[in-house]
Design a protein around this ligand. Structure first.
Ligand SMILES: Cc1cc2nc3c(=O)[nH]c(=O)nc-3n(C[C@H](O)[C@H](O)[C@H](O)COP(=O)(O)OP(=O)(O)OC[C@H]3O[C@@H](n4cnc5c(N)ncnc54)[C@H](O)[C@@H]3O)c2cc1C
Length: 266
């Protein structure tokens, strides 16, 4: 039997901190969290949230490798709400995990929960316990000369993690679409990073299309709202001649669809 790469952790909110107009950092702690190992970059995890009126998320009694069909079999009105987020940071002393939420009002359970989060609030994580866990998409191959990043606020935590992780001197061109000039955050890095903030209604794909790109072998990573990611990918592959395998992309959310709706069609 292979060793599990992810495990469940019952955790609680230690504190929250506003990072920008839209981003809220939620710092989590709890028993066993020292086993969480992040691969860095855009490391993903699953978050299970209580339904309104519950004190903690309801999950199947047995949480082994077959947890997913068991969770799906529970009443959707009762079972913990599952959402996907980025592990922004894991610290060891004290043991803490940071998740940065792009708040979008009360339209979704995760944003609604984060908006109201106070110390002691309980959630469950399905988090990585080994570095090579299949939950990191940013994988530039050997021979990459420069890196192109495109993101919106939901993928800004991943962009911050990628810029922290990349070796000193890496040439990076990044575009980040935000809704408010107050969404700009510091992005510490040892890279030669050129970050363009595109405040909506200005369109990120148009900003990329108008740019001069560096010479050499590119690796692109695109994440955020699904249509934004689709448009930039089309441009890079169709107009700029990027080889398909050199473009990693992920729709982090889809306008008009909750993550539950996206799950039920996959
Ligand atoms: C691998 C991965 C990593 C991710 N990491 C992060 C992260 O670190 N931080 C983060 O904030 N998000 C992240 N996301 C995106 C997040 O999972 C979605 O935004 C999710 O839909 C939020 O859940 P919700 O319950 O708030 O809204 P849902 O119930 O899923 O959706 C309700 C409504 O809100 C809309 N909506 C969802 N997100 C947004 C948004 N940001 N702005 C405006 N409208 C929205 C939907 O289209 C829908 O109409 C990540 C997604 C993936 C796949």
């Amino acid at each position: 039997m292979p060793e599990p790469t992810y495990d469940f952790f019952d955790v609680h909110v230690l504190r929250t901190r506003r990072l920008s107009a839209t981003l809220l950092r939620v710092v989590l702690g709890g028993p066993g969290l020292s086993r969480v190992v992040s691969g860095g970059r855009d490391q993903r995890l699953k978050l299970f949230l209580p339904q309104d009126g519950q004190e903690r998320p309801i999950l199947p009694d047995v949480l082994d490798i077959d947890w997913y069909p068991r969770w799906r079999a529970l009443d959707p009105e009762v079972r913990g709400v599952m959402r996907t987020y980025t592990v922004r940071d894991v610290r060891s002393e004290p043991v803490e995990v940071d998740i940065d939420f792009a708040l979008h009002g009360d339209t979704g359970p995760a944003s609604r929960w984060a908006n109201r989060a106070v110390p002691g609030d309980r959630v469950t994580l399905l988090a990585p316990v080994v570095p090579d866990n299949g939950g990191v998409d940013f994988q530039p191959p050997d021979g990459t000369d420069w890196v192109l990043l495109c993101a919106d606020e939901t993928a800004l935590p991943a962009v911050a993690g990628i810029l922290e992780w990349l070796p000193a001197g890496t040439v990076v061109k990044a575009w980040v679409s935000v809704g408010d000039p107050g969404d700009r955050i510091a992005l510490p890095t040892k890279c030669q990073a050129d970050v363009t903030w595109v405040t909506r209604p200005a369109a990120l794909p148009e900003a990329v299309a108008a740019a001069d790109l560096p010479p050499g072998t590119p690796y692109a990573w695109l994440a955020g709202e699904a249509a934004l990611v689709r448009d930039v990918r089309r441009h890079l592959v169709g107009s700029r001649g990027f080889p398909r395998p050199a473009v990693a992309f992920a729709g982090y959310w889809r306008r008009g669809s909750s993550e539950d709706a996206l799950l039920s069609v996959t």
